[in-house]
Design a protein. Sequence first.
Length: 680
Amino acid sequence: MIKAANELGHLKMIIFQGQLLTHAPQFQSAFPTDVNSWAVFYDFNNDGKADLFIYALGLGGVRVYKNTSTPGNLQFTFYINFLKSDYNPNGTPNVSNLPSSSVAVPGLADIDNDGDMDVLSFQTSGIQLEWHKNMSMERYGHLDSLVFDMVDGCWGDAVENNCEATLNYQFCPLVMRYNEAVQNNPKNVDAVMHAGSCMMCIDMDGDNDKEVVLGDISCDSVEYFRNAGSISNANFDLATKVFPNATDPIAFKQFPCTYFLDLDNDGIRDLIAAPNIQTSENYRGAWYYKNIGADNIPNFSLVKKNFLQDQMLEFGEGSYPTTFDYDGDGDLDIIVGNFGYYQPVSLYSSRLAVLQNVGTTTLPSFNLVNVDYMTLSTYNLKNMAPSFGDMDGDGDKDMIVGDITGKLTYFTNTAGAGNVANFTLTADFTTGFISGIDVGNNAYPQIIDVNKDGLIDLLVGEYDGSLNYYKNVGTVNAPVLSAVVTNFGGLKVNKPGYYEAHSTPFMFDDNGSYKLMIGSDRGYLYMYGNIDGNLSGNFTLIDSTYNDIYEGEQMAPSLADFNADGKLDLVVGNYSGGLAYFKGVGTFGIEENSAVYSEMNLFPNPVQNELNLSFNDFNNQLKEIVIIDELGREIKKIESNDVSILINTEFLNTGFYIVKCKVLLPDNRYYFVTKKFVKT
């Protein structure tokens, strides 16, 4: 099985099973669709179910969904559009949205230990922490009203700015706004606003008041503030970046955040640290510290830096899968390109990874055997997106790699058909037959015979969400890809109002007609039809949220029949560097018609040199027979009235194929029969 990695900007469900965490995709659709920036869980009404707090995009506030789940049924119900707080609780009410932004994650905790949930947040334009006290218990005697008074405008008598803390801040006796602080203290003029932060409230010393751990968008470490005050009057007497200990302090390139929760179900909360931004540690971005102390006097010990990531496929940032029999054993392996693995010096190293199929033809199983296939990282191509096809007509599949510059690099397979692939750089992006192909930014290629003339063409997606079609005007052995159709199909897969889209195309045969699936930055799959005979026109949009599959930003689809059931399965990459696998159930693709399975016989199967087709019915009737490879491409077409047909298969590469027979019946209706065979 292929396990899906956790996505950025999309909530996924993890089910606790002792110390084993299992991805549970069946619950993903239960989360609200408006989770765009950050999400925090907190059981504010103490019913034993964690409720959901998110940033209300465009509204500048915190939105609340109550957890209304029942056993076996995960459910969140809209509760409050955005939280509000009274900035003048002792006078004329001054009620405003509780401060937040897409990069400002509030601290949710019971600061005063009265049972209801309070909120800590930075001023929208400031460097001071505000305590927004929940007045639900005081006013109504219950927990779930979520009504707040801003009771302390400089909680802890300290400020934090530009990754530096100042204790005993002289203006804290006054509840002040930022402009007043600048006017009276010019040293803070550079503190235009607190651009982004996250905070964790925790009792580190067992005295019942809360300490705070802060992370900032521009900082590479967290700041721990020790509270030497009281429950009602916080005062920080220590600020340090060495947290949780001097041996393994938290350190990320940018925007480190911490979370206090019980990860091993021992009743004691542990610590998780992770960057809250892209362009930071990706494949080792979840640091797990086990609490070997008590819940109210924690002692954190680092266990691993890839929590959950070590239980899933993790390709750093960006994942672009495609299929290719790299070891020549006749089954389909998976090659995955990526934007890159984070590394401290050069930031990213883009590579190709190999998932080798070590299972059977009907029950595939994949092992990650190589994370730098053909050592392509030495070419320093960023955002490598691979595609495979027989470009030079010699029977084996060559490789084309798109990159962030919008150009393509061509590698010739010199191994020969049926052998372990061996690639040689033949044409880079400045020389050779591929010269001149430049889509601007972020090239995502697919090698396929677009116009079905027997010559391999190129489809190339790009950053702006459009497609480019490079028609092969050469020959089978000497391709010439000089004829280009930009804005191919008249389509774009952008989010409304956004230019960035990252169109990743996959064209495939659906019962004799091409369809086009496209991944996008939007996080959904697009499906287009009306392609055959319409290559110069506009394709028809069939669905912009195909099958309701959402796997996060920059989805990249690849279709193939992995389990030899005649149905196309789907592997999807995403920008968080994971893969998701969806089994084909006949919604699209080539399906074997079991009702007429006996009407066409083929043998031997597997076959080496010659395939015999015979028909129990349909004598003297015109039959159009097509051989289709695992990517849905037509390899050979035959027309015959005979009851038995011999087909030479010596020219076929090893692998899986479909024989699809279209029969013209006496009443002028068409009848389809399909069967699968294996070439060895």
